[in-house]
Ligand binder design. Sequence first.
Ligand code: FES
Length: 648
Amino acid sequence: SDDAWVIFTPSGKRGRVAKGTPVLAAARALGVDLDSVCGGRGICSKCQVAPGYGEFPKHGLHVGAEALSPVNAVEERYDRIRGLKPGRRLGCQACIQGDVVIDVPAESQVHRQVIRKSASERVMEMDPATRPLYVDVAEPSMHEPSGDFERLSAALQSQWQVKGLQADLAVLATLQTALRKGGWKVTAAVQEPGDGTAPRLLALYPGYREAPLYGLAIDLGSTTIAGHLVALDDGSVCASSGLMNPQIRFGEDLMSRVSYAMMNPGGAAEMTAAVRAAMAGLAATLTEEAGVEPEAVVEAVVVCNPVMHHLLLGLDPVELGQAPFALACGASLNLAAAEIGLAPLAPGARAYLLPLIAGHVGADCAAVALSEAPETRDDLSLIVDVGTNAEILLGNRSRVLACSSPTGPAFEGAQISSGQRAAPGAIERIEIDPVTKEPRFRIIGNAHWSDEPGFGTPTITGICGSGIIEAVAEMRIAGLLDASGLIGSADQVGSARCVPMGRTQEYVIHDAAPEGPRVTVTQGDIRAIQLAKSALYAGARLLMDEMGVDKVDRVVLAGAFGAHISPKHAMVLGMIPDVPLEAVTSAGNAAGTGARMALCSRAARRSIEAQVTRIVKIETAIEPRFQEHFVAANAIPHATAPFPELAK
Ligand code: FES
């Protein structure tokens, strides 16, 4: 007969095709995911397949070596110059001549799966909005007076089915040079957003572009800005970096930045300029570190809280400082990156901002929801992104609730007498002997405990967020603190390490005075931690009330800092509700993971856009029960709530 069976693995898709059909064309006809950047010209090798020969009893097929056409000149040339792995063929060159079983290796799939690290290592499918497309463009002629852009659009339409291409002026400005330099063969970075808007040309590279396109995933926090440079073909992270948010000089927390904008004419604009400059600097650091030319970066995804969002976009944040906390715009945005000062990248690079959930619950929380997907689980998850503002999600398959709670910067080591950011020299772990009341500790950058010989004599600079949480919890366990948080009250056992400080006492963890620092926990520090943990617990409790439950099945601690918190100490402190310790997991920087997912997948963007409309927002600031929960949560672990798991 004139046609033959073709069966693709691993998808199992099959059908009969006319003999002589290239494998790539057969794959397209049968809806098999087989990649191609050069459009079948034998240049990109993205279409590689592995044909099988022999008996395939499962499919009732015998496949002979002649099932595919012999290697042609194009394939031979590619193999000679670039080398094909044994057993591989170029799908655009090899033609089907008889029944055949063809395996599509993972790296030849556009929608290949990547494992992402999170609390529950899940698989994510690549589905980037922007892809490189190699095209042959007709040369201009006196008889055919059309513009270069029009001929490029026509070529993309006929060779790649891209209809109605749009381009910003910044891209048009580079067009003529790229076309001529490439001899009318170019690789076009085309964004097909998949949201109903027209495809866009983001950059044009002369000739065939070998290297992948890249994107930036940016987690814009009030205190720190973290970024990843991600390859858009396989989702791999090529470089990661972070820096302090320069807006700190205008106010430590969000509300003080909003007041700065209210009090100072031009204040908001100053903060906008500062954060844009920092983000551009971060982009430059990342591309430099990875050795990637900035022109290859075609997309950025930014997640942030509402105040940071408005300040980045140059929108006045003043309304966010007062009820009813109206957002200027909460929907997701797909903007020219240059509009928010993110440059130099590809001339037409786009920036996607995740949707905000509400006036107080931001895109960072949406990114956590995207990454942790509580709506896909039967059990009830409490997800806490610990930062200057805690973003809290509670939910399962039936419902997801969200709120944010103003914990203040104490958990990050700020407003703590010996506090410092997590950096080498900072105490990050501590244990206090319940009998002798002597501490042993570990510092960042040293693998040994302080009482081990290998510890040496390092400089100890202070105590970081996870360290102060452990210190307060350990003091409570060792009987140095009472339930109200008082150091050395009459019913508590004293210690030589508790020394008077004014009318209160402080606990000395480390004393290198006079040459070195003293690291102590003061009564004021305990109070700051109590306020922060009460706010966190009260937020969680408010969501539990709303859900009508008094316990949750699991707790996920998220955030760069959340990842370092010891679950046991968080529970001793009463930061989180009582659950079995093994049900507390860490999700690392879940907001950053969510940003990466949105960068690599249009489906992820659509999913979070739909989900935020279903998430129920609870406003802590106007909820009277928040105050009640807050007061009761001030005790360690809690005035009334039982902590039965803690007793075990
Ligand atoms: Fe590019 Fe086959 S599609 S080499």
